[in-house]
Design a protein around this ligand. Sequence first.
Ligand code: ZN
Ligand code: ZN
Length: 294
Amino acid sequence: MQSAFENATFEVAQNWNESSSSSYLHEKWNAFLDVVGDNPDYVYVWGLTIWTYGWFWLIGAIFLLMDLTGWPAFMRKYKNQPGTNEPPEWAKLKRLVTRVALNQFVYGVPFAYLTYYVRKMTLEMPDIRQLPTIDVFLRDFAICVVTWEMGFYYSHRFLHAGFWYKYIHKVHHEWSSPVAWSVMYCHPLEFILSDQIPIFIGPAICKSHPVTIAVWFLYVVVDTVVDHSGYHVPFFLYSRQHDYHHEKFNENFGVFGWCDSLHGTNKKYLQKIRSDKKSVKFTQEPDSKEQKDQ
Ligand SMILES: [Zn+2]
Ligand SMILES: [Zn+2]
């Protein structure tokens, strides 16, 4: 039997799907495909790659410019770890850009090809010209969020185990006070295992339309770039949690904190938040220095 909530949701979705906004978006999407072409191989692989990495560099550049120029001055008070990366060292930044570009083009693009062809061979693909209905879009998005949290938490926690930390994950932690582009500054194995696979699980399970995947990847880019930006902007996505992971190393392994709460890997962080509610300043106690120096 359907609940009142399910009935209401169904009704909202039905109204949206039959609304003029829905047909307007449908027309615009098809007009766009008429211009760029509707070959799914290009849309899924190159379209989504350019879209995702393009936003990554662009949004990250806004934060990096603030780090490099110190402008606008009022943003200084929103630094998670004040006094760090103001400005970042050029040599370190150059290493970061080179490694991120290598990860994206040497490993990211072939991985996108591989996942697309595996999906094409094993699963039914949606009609590219037919936009998903709002209820399907919301369902896919919710599944993407949950599978990302789980996939990232467990792969990330695994990467903190002795050998894996020392030879793989330590690269990402070179930035104990991260900057926006350091999201993808990591060993290639981590890039595939912890950055790519967890965000591809949801779209694979749901057989998502490329527009759903584009919105999903944009959300992931904004969330992770802000997480690593070093700034805690009020009323914007919450960056303190992952920044704290970079600073302390042994807590906050997940994206949203759900798995951390489940496994008790955010106790010190929650205590800190409770005792530090009125300030954005964090103290610099090196409570997990051993792992940092391994
Ligand atoms: Zn990180
Ligand atoms: Zn880590």
